[in-house]
Ligand binder design. Structure first.
Ligand SMILES: Cc1cc2nc3c(=O)[nH]c(=O)nc-3n(C[C@H](O)[C@H](O)[C@H](O)COP(=O)(O)OP(=O)(O)OC[C@H]3O[C@@H](n4cnc5c(N)ncnc54)[C@H](O)[C@@H]3O)c2cc1C
Length: 239
């Protein structure tokens, strides 16, 4: 496995882990008990209008656990699971590389494939195998080589500001709530169990607007800290 990033770190505050991803964590030995230490299963998924009325809601099904979780808490099973995933194959004796960037590949006449690998120290190597799986994200260099005529990734115009607030959880106490419209909305869900004394839980929120994208994406990065005053004007009048 080649992974470009030098250090695995939790990023951001909260995450909703979809049922298929929860299944993967179960397979890695991160079960419901461990998951409960960093968050809580969603009891409900709800779309709500600005007047507070339901547009659509459904109760969670236990067999399809949607996990609402903090990824910056004291106990962090997600990076732990990732490390296990990565170090497990090494323990079983499979060849393994940690920090290395795959910059491209070549198909060989015998049906094998050679990955061109750039290492952290600047050296390069070539690794040949029967199959190359490019799971290298939205700016995949493998996909770029496979489909050179494809245009760059198209930004849809959505901008999201994310944060947490200690508050009383709304609705079921463990609801994933989308409030507003698809172009102008808040997504709100708790990522901790409520404090038994105060009833307050850590609430993860995402404030989102969709803007004109005709000029393309100009701000670099998607992890820039900002002040509330930088975006609160989009939500004036919301209660
Ligand atoms: C701020 C934010 C919040 C999100 N919140 C949620 C959420 O709550 N719930 C949810 O389900 N989804 C969420 N998502 C979306 C989710 O993170 C992505 O859909 C998912 O991570 C995509 O997985 P992936 O494996 O395809 O790519 P990635 O997670 O991007 O993984 C690609 C990996 O490949 C490595 N890599 C890249 N290039 C190379 C290369 N050339 N050589 C070697 N390694 C390389 C990268 O370092 C990375 O580790 C969020 C995304 C963002 C940005």
């Amino acid at each position: 496995m080649f992974e470009a990033v030098r250090e695995l770190r939790p990023l951001g505050v909260g995450i909703n882990i979809q049922p298929n991803a929860v299944r993967e964590l179960y397979d890695l030995g991160i079960g419901p008990d461990e998951m409960d230490k960093v968050g809580l299963p969603a009891k409900e998924w709800a779309l709500v209008g600005l007047n507070g009325n339901d547009i659509y809601s459904e109760n969670a099904r236990p067999a399809r656990r949607l996990q609402l979780a903090a990824i910056c808490g004291a106990s962090r099973p997600l990076p732990h699971a990732a490390r296990e995933h990565i170090h497990g194959p090494r323990r079983r004796g499979t060849p393994f590389v940690w920090v290395a960037c795959v910059t491209g590949y070549e198909n060989n006449t015998d049906g094998s494939v050679t990955a061109i690998v750039e290492h952290a120290d600047g050296s390069t190597s070539r690794e040949t195998g029967t199959l190359l799986i490019g799971a290298d994200g939205i700016h995949s260099s493998i996909r770029a080589q496979m489909h050179p005529d494809q245009p760059p990734i198209h930004w849809g115009g959505a901008i999201m500001w994310r944060g947490t607030t200690m508050a009383k959880p709304i609705r079921t106490g463990s609801s994933f709530v989308g409030l507003g419209t698809h172009k102008h909305r808040m997504v709100i869900y708790p990522i901790s169990h409520p404090d038994p004394e105060t009833g307050l839980a850590m609430i993860n929120w995402i404030a989102e607007v969709t803007v004109d994208n005709s000029e393309g994406w100009k701000n670099s990065g998607w992890f820039k800290p900002v002040e509330i005053d930088d975006f609160i004007q989009h939500f004036e009048g919301w209660t």
